[in-house]
Design a protein around this ligand. Structure first.
Ligand code: BEZ
Length: 213
């Protein structure tokens, strides 16, 4: 395996998110205790690094937006709990925002490896910027992976959560660039009679949920 390119994740969409318990900045946490609500679990390469700091500032500012969607946030890195505490204090003092969602310490990499956030044979203990969107049943519904040198888009994290929730609620599909309030697409469950009977040549597979059959 190319050690410079660790896999984004050993998990696949639809897998059960592996359970774990860990120390965090908000006390001891167990992943399975978050069942019943959405959870965004994300790793960052290291505390006290520039890009990670901007991500945490932005996520702390948007924490209520995730809460409004019944979604918890949980972060993870290999740094110690006391490193997390010191970093959060620095963020509060410099940026005026308090990070209240839990940041897990994973010094043995046991969680990072279970989630494929670090390569099994990695020589560098830093996790990549992986984000897991876990549904109320504990299933991984989406994953993103960014390198150390590019920060995540927090509006895109929220948009993806909105799209997953809306698609579930309406049994529909979110098209490219979908935003809350936009029409969604119908599931393409066509029979040959639907195909031959459709008015337009794409109406049998490409329909918004507002369009009549
Ligand atoms: C950063 O978050 O800025 C960063 C993290 C790891 C390596 C380089 C930069």
């Amino acid at each position: 395996m190319d050690q410079t390119n660790p896999p984004c994740s050993g998990l696949r969409i639809g897998d059960i998110a592996p359970d774990f318990s860990a120390r965090s900045t908000a006390g001891d946490v167990r992943l399975s205790e978050f069942r019943g609500r959405w959870l965004v679990l994300f790793s960052h390469p290291a505390d006290f690094t520039p890009v990670c700091t901007t991500e945490f500032v932005e996520l702390a500012k948007m924490a209520q937006d995730f809460e409004d969607r019944d979604c918890a946030l949980m972060a993870l890195s290999v740094d110690s709990l006391f490193s997390h505490f010191a970093w959060l204090r620095m963020i509060r003092d410099r940026f005026g925002v308090e990070v209240r969602f839990p940041i897990i310490e994973d010094p043995t990499l046991v969680i990072g490896r279970a989630y494929g956030m670090v390569a099994a044979d990695a020589y560098d203990s830093g996790t990549v910027r992986t984000t897991f969107f876990i549904d109320p049943d504990g299933l991984v519904r989406a994953m993103t992976c960014y390198p150390a040198n590019v920060g995540r888009s927090t509006p895109e994290m929220l948009r993806l959560l909105d799209a997953l929730q809306a698609a579930d609620e309406r049994s529909a599909l979110a098209p490219a660039n979908w935003q809350p309030g936009d029409p969604m697409l119908q599931q393409p469950n066509a029979t040959l009679d639907d195909v031959y009977g459709a008015k337009g040549d794409s109406d049998w597979f490409l329909r918004t949920t507002k369009e009549a059959k």
